[in-house]
Design a protein around this ligand. Structure first.
Ligand SMILES: N[C@@H](CCC(=O)N[C@@H](CS)C(=O)NCC(=O)O)C(=O)O
Length: 204
């Protein structure tokens, strides 16, 4: 059976959500962050050398990186392509771009905002870079979403899992006020039965 190594407070709940959407059976191993450093516990390094989450084990495969895990899970467990194309055409290329964009580009400015908030007070070096980048990326995400329910249109795809994580992080950082449609998108996705089932299995 597939195993997911889930670290509380972070992105792996969004991979658990995908497993629930797919109806894949899985075992969940939960880890707690060090309350002082907020870093993962050393046990996660016994699973994977990076000691980060999510990590999955499936049929002898050990896989890290949430975007790669999404691509793998959909290739293996969504042969009908319900959650996105898998055939190398233009729609697949655009889907792949949106699948990797959250971790590849959106996360860093959000992390800088998180660090600047934790540092407290004025942080001109961090905020001077992060603030316009956050605006750039969330304007872009919001423009792409438009009036649609999901980032690539009217049906959920693999790209929505990473985008939802970024939007949830922006919400936690108090950055969503200019983006009411993204706040609605987040609320809609978190209300999905599969996300609610994920929360029953794994505490966020
Ligand atoms: N790019 C990786 C990032 C993995 C990552 O940094 N995960 C965080 C949790 S959200 C983590 O394990 N942090 C704990 C630590 O670094 O100590 C992915 O997409 O999976």
């Amino acid at each position: 059976m597939l195993t997911i190594h889930h670290l509380r407070i972070g992105r792996s709940i969004f991979t658990v959500w995908l497993l629930e959407e797919l109806g894949v059976e899985y075992e969940l191993v939960e880890y707690h962050r060090n309350p002082e450093t907020m870093r993962a516990p050393p046990e996660l390094r016994e699973v994977h050398p990076l000691g980060k989450s999510p990590v999955i084990e499936d049929d002898g495969l050990l896989l890290s990186e949430s975007g790669a895990i999404t691509a793998y899970l959909l290739h293996k467990y969504d042969p009908q392509g319900k959650f996105g194309p898998d055939d190398g055409d233009a729609a697949w290329a655009e889907y792949t771009q949106w699948l990797h964009y959250p971790e590849g580009s959106v996360f860093v400015p959000l992390l800088l905002k998180l660090l600047s908030t934790r540092a407290g007070g004025e942080q001109p070096l961090l905020d001077g870079f992060a603030d316009p980048e956050v605006k750039l990326h969330f304007d872009h995400i919001s423009d792409k979403l438009g009036d649609n329910d999901f980032i690539l249109g009217e049906r959920i795809t693999g790209a929505d899992f990473g985008i939802t994580y970024m939007v949830s992080m922006a919400e936690r950082l108090g950055l969503l006020a200019p983006y009411p449609t993204l706040a609605d998108y987040l609320a809609r996705n978190l209300a999905r039965p599969a996300f609610q089932r994920a929360l029953e299995r794994a505490v966020e």
